[in-house]
Design a protein around this ligand. Sequence first.
Ligand SMILES: [Zn+2]
Length: 69
Amino acid sequence: MTKQSYLEVSCTDIGPGCGAMFRVATEEEFWEVGRIHARLAHGLQEVPPELAEQVRKATRSVEVDVREG
Ligand SMILES: [Zn+2]
């Protein structure tokens, strides 16, 4: 097994009322998923800078064991 690092953020850490949790491999993917979630779940057409900052602060790096092959 090898370790793969992921970015993880929980919507609960940013604001109450949404229990969504995301784990993605790259920062690009992270913002892609985040923007879609903000639009669909929170009705935000775009992520305002101050919210992006909160998201950045709430983001953790996690290491997960993955099986090769
Ligand atoms: Zn949410």
